[in-house]
Design a protein around this ligand. Structure first.
Ligand code: SF4
Length: 403
C-alpha cells in the first residue's frame, strides 16, 4: 500500500504525515488492518526496539472532584460507585508504588483528582516523591495533579519529579462539549508550564467519546506541536453514572488504527496504551504492543486492570521484553527533551480528555486504502459493562494492589 510505505519512510525520518494521510490510516478497512499494524510496527521497532515500558498508577486522592469532565468517574455529580478518599499519606503512597515497582514498573504515576493542587498539596506530593525516590534507585516519578499555578512545576521538579502528565484529551473544537469548568487553553498552559520547568511532558488523549476522525487527528497533531515525550492513549471506559455511560463505540480494530495513527504522527514519542486497554482491545491487546511501547501495569485509577502477571505473560508471549531501569526509554536525540527536526511547537502536558459523536466514526479516506472489495469495518460489540470492574483493591483500601 503506497500510503503505508510513505508513512513508514516518514516515521523513520521523524517527519509527520499529512493530515489526510493520518485520516486515511483511520479509514483503512479491517482487511488492511494487519498491514497497518506491520507498517506502524516498523516505526515502533526503529525507535524503541521490542521494549515495553511499564508504568504504575497510584491514585493519591480519589473522587470528589469539583470539575465536570464528562468522561471521568471522579467528576462532580458522578454516580459511579468508585472508591472515594482524600490524600494518601506519603508512606501509604510509597507502599503502593513499591508493589508496582516490584512487579516490573519503572515509572510511578502519582495522580490526584481535582482542578489543581494547592501549595500545601504540592508539599505533600513532594514528600511522597522523595519517599519513593529514596527507596527505589532509578525509578521515574510522574505527577498528575491537574492544572498548575506558577511555580508549582518548578517545586515538583526540585522535589525529584521526572515528568508531569496533563492530557489534552480531545480536539480544541470539541473540548467545550466534554468539560465546562476549565478550557483546552488551560490544559495547554499547564503542559507548557511543566515543560518549561524541565519536567518531561506527558500528554495524551481519550478516544471513544463520540469524536470524529477529524477530532482525533486534530488532537494528535496538537500533541505533536506540544511535543510531549510520552503520549498516553486512553480508550473511554464508559462508567455507569457518568454522562458518557452509553458511548460504547470502539472496536479492537478501531483502537489499533488509532494507535497506529498516533505512532505515525509521533513516531519517536513513548506511545502508551492507557485506560480501556483490556475493555476495548480485549484479546487483541498483544497486537497493540507492535504500535505502543508502553503500558500501565495492573490497575487504573478507579477501575481494575488485568492481573499484573497476565500483563507480563502477554508481553513475553508476543515476543517483547520489559524495559529495565538501566535502559533509556527515549531515543538519544530526545534525551534532553523532545524536539522535532522540522521545528514545530514545543511544550509538554499530561491529560485526560473527551469529545462527542456517533460511534465508531469512520471518516475520510482520501485514497491509499487498498482493496476494492474491502470488508466493512467491524461494528462495536455493544456495551461490555461486564468488563468494567470498579477498583476495590490497592491504594485507599486494605487489600493488596494488583501488580
Ligand atoms: S479528569 Fe481530573 S479534573 Fe476532570 S473530573 Fe476527573 S479528576 Fe476532576
Amino acid at each position: 500500500m503506497d500510503l503505508l510505505n510513505t508513512l513508514v519512510d516518514k516515521g523513520l525520518r521523524r517527519e509527520p504525515p499529512t493530515r489526510d494521510e493520518a485520516l486515511a490510516v483511520l479509514a483503512t478497512s479491517d482487511d488492511d488492518l494487519l498491514e497497518v499494524v506491520a507498517a506502524a510496527g516498523k516505526v515502533r521497532r526503529h525507535w524503541f526496539g521490542r521494549r515495553v515500558k511499564l508504568n504504575y498508577l497510584v491514585n493519591l486522592k480519589s473522587g470528589l472532584c469539583p470539575e465536570d469532565c464528562s468522561y471521568c468517574s471522579q467528576r462532580l455529580g458522578s454516580r459511579a460507585d468508585i472508591l472515594k478518599y482524600t490524600w494518601l499519606k506519603p508512606e501509604e503512597a510509597s507502599e503502593a508504588a513499591a508493589a508496582g515497582l516490584a512487579g516490573g514498573a519503572k515509572r510511578v504515576c502519582l495522580v490526584a483528582s481535582g482542578r489543581g493542587p494547592t501549595d500545601r498539596d504540592v508539599d505533600r506530593v513532594s514528600e511522597t516523591i522523595r519517599a519513593i525516590k529514596e527507596g527505589n534507585e532509578g525509578v521515574e516519578v510522574c505527577a498528575c495533579l491537574g492544572l498548575l499555578s506558577d511555580g508549582q512545576a518548578e517545586r515538583l521538579r526540585e522535589a525529584g519529579a521526572d515528568a508531569y502528565n496533563h492530557n489534552l484529551n480531545t480536539s480544541e473544537a470539541t473540548y467545550g462539549d466534554i468539560t465546562t469548568t476549565h478550557t483546552y487553553a488551560d490544559r495547554v498552559d499547564t503542559v507548557r508550564k511543566a515543560h518549561a520547568a524541565g519536567l518531561s511532558a506527558c500528554s495524551g488523549l481519550i478516544a471513544g467519546m463520540g469524536e470524529s476522525d477529524e477530532d482525533l487527528v486534530d488532537v494528535v497533531f496538537s500533541l505533536r506541536e506540544l511535543d510531549p515525550d510520552s503520549v498516553p492513549v486512553n480508550f473511554l471506559i464508559p462508567f455507569e453514572g457518568t454522562p458518557l455511560a452509553k458511548e460504547w463505540n470502539l472496536t479492537p480494530q478501531r483502537c489499533l488504527r488509532i494507535l497506529a495513527m498516533v505512532r505515525f504522527v509521533c513516531p519517536d514519542a513513548e506511545v502508551r496504551i492507557a485506560g480501556g486497554r483490556e475493555v476495548h482491545l480485549r484479546t487483541m491487546q498483544p497486537l497493540a504492543l507492535h504500535l505502543a511501547n508502553s503500558i500501565f501495569l495492573g490497575d487504573y485509577l478507579t477501575s481494575e486492570g488485568q492481573a499484573g502477571r497476565a500483563d507480563l505473560e502477554m508481553i513475553a508471549d508476543a515476543g517483547f521484553e520489559v524495559e529495565g531501569t538501566d535502559e533509556v526509554t527515549l531515543p538519544e536525540h530526545r534525551a534532553g527533551g523532545g524536539c522535532h527536526p522540522d521545528g514545530d511547537g514545543r511544550g509538554s502536558t499530561d491529560g485526560d480528555g473527551r469529545g462527542s459523536t456517533d460511534g465508531d466514526g469512520r471518516g475520510s479516506a482520501d485514497g491509499g486504502v487498498c482493496g476494492s472489495a474491502a470488508a466493512p469495518a467491524a461494528r462495536s460489540a455493544g456495551p461490555r459493562t461486564d468488563l468494567v470492574a470498579v477498583r476495590r483493591r490497592g491504594a485507599g483500601t486494605d487489600l493488596a494492589p494488583n501488580a
